[in-house]
Design a protein around this ligand. Structure first.
Ligand SMILES: [Ca+2]
Ligand SMILES: [Ca+2]
Length: 104
């Protein structure tokens, strides 16, 4: 399947937990993905947790970064900030749900 821009969050932020069928994503599924990425289970995804997930999908991250003419590092910061709507350095389940609703 060719990735399109609307699938980017799931190809990068959520890949591994998920494969396609964005129309079927429910809030509870997004919460489940959030829980999986929140490895220390404090209720937030911080940048290091995001990076751990992102770095495990490096081939996809590289191609997404290349499409945007960004370095991998720039792309990861941009991608994290996109989800972190209030810029407090932590992604809440609600921020992830809002992002999915916005981008899908
Ligand atoms: Ca956490
Ligand atoms: Ca936040």
């Amino acid at each position: 399947m060719k990735l399109n821009s609307k699938k980017i969050i799931f190809s990068v932020l959520l890949l591994g937990a998920f494969s396609g069928c964005s129309a079927l994503i429910s809030d509870s599924m997004i919460k489940g993905i959030h829980q999986k990425m929140d490895t220390n289970q404090d209720g937030y995804i911080d940048y290091s947790e995001y990076l751990a997930d992102s770095n495990s999908n490096m081939e996809d991250v590289k191609s997404e970064a290349k499409d945007r003419e960004m370095s991998v590092e720039e792309y990861q910061k941009w991608d994290f900030n996109r989800a972190d709507a209030n810029r407090d350095g932590k992604i809440t389940p609600q921020e992830l749900i809002d992002l999915a609703r916005r981008e899908l």
